[in-house]
Design a protein around this ligand. Structure first.
Ligand SMILES: Nc1ncnc2c1ncn2[C@@H]1O[C@H](COP(=O)(O)OP(=O)(O)OP(=O)(O)O)[C@@H](O)[C@H]1O
Ligand SMILES: [Mg+2]
Length: 244
């Protein structure tokens, strides 16, 4: 198997508060990994360290064989390879749907406008938003906005997509349409690392589930194992609390 990202002994502190301790795990090419765990367990911080929105305090992030935390490493070329979808969409409100998916391609990837538009349309179709190219974000529902945000990230044709609770800011009736798109993406062989509170989704879609507790990976394994036969007491307790 080929690791896309391999995390070794990663730690992160804010002042004296260590929020990630000795994190080791990897994401293989084509794998869908869901990260679950209580609020405050460090899930977002882990994703933010992986895409360097936060600077890790220690450890290594190996991407395609190189530690990207090495001073000499070209961080920009690494970050181009990561697609990120946030809870709060973060669309450009002054741009229409198509442009939201075009600007990054032109600016960062130096694609021509024509090529960028063609690529954007391809991915807007994937998420079922190609009918809305001229709409502004404020005219869209939350679920539609999040689908555009996914298309925007996909338009950069990243090696791996990171999702941080992409459905937690949505009205309940809109969660399904976003999860459906993500399920379809998972079926295409896209490499995905997903922080989620949607346990049914995690069970159904992931190849592997990582359970975080108080800044450490308490347990990881196949979804059937984690959900049906957890080994650790704290996994059992978390699932008991969450699933009922
Ligand atoms: N910028 C920051 N400065 C100081 N502390 C922070 C910062 N960001 C996160 N923390 C702390 O790190 C810990 C982990 O937070 P994090 O947001 O990673 O948790 P989480 O698992 O994503 O939680 P949730 O499920 O609520 O999103 C928390 O105690 C939080 O208060
Ligand atoms: Mg979080």
């Amino acid at each position: 198997m080929e690791s896309v990202i391999e995390i070794q002994h990663l730690s992160k502190s804010f002042g004296n508060h260590e929020v990630l301790t000795d994190i080791d795990f990897s994401v293989q090419k084509g794998e869908v990994v869901c990260v679950i765990g209580s609020s405050g367990s460090g899930k977002s911080t882990l994703l933010r360290c992986i895409n360097l929105l936060e600077k890790p305090s220690g450890g290594k992030i190996i991407y395609r064989g190189e530690n990207i935390l090495d001073d000499r490493h070209d961080i920009h070329s690494y970050r181009k390879k990561l697609g990120m979808v946030f809870q709060q969409f973060n669309l450009f409100n002054n741009h229409n749907v198509l442009n939201n998916c075009v600007v990054g391609q032109v600016k960062v990837l130096k694609r021509s406008k024509e090529e960028a538009e063609k690529t954007a349309l391809k991915y807007l179709k994937v998420v079922g938003m190609d009918q809305y190219v001229n709409a502004k974000p404020k005219q869209l529902s939350g679920g539609q906005k999040q689908r555009v945000a996914i298309a925007r990230a996909l338009s950069m044709e990243p090696d791996v997509m990171l999702f941080d609770e992409p459905t937690s800011a949505l009205d309940p009736e809109m969660v399904g349409e976003v999860l459906k798109v993500m399920k379809e993406l998972a079926g295409t062989g896209l490499t995905m690392l997903i922080v989620t509170h949607e346990m049914e989704f995690a069970k159904e879609v992931s190849d592997r589930v990582v359970f975080m507790d108080k800044g450490v990976i308490a347990e990881e394994g196949a979804p059937e194992q984690i959900f049906n036969n957890p080994k650790e007491e704290r996994t059992k307790e978390f699932l008991k609390r969450t699933l009922k």
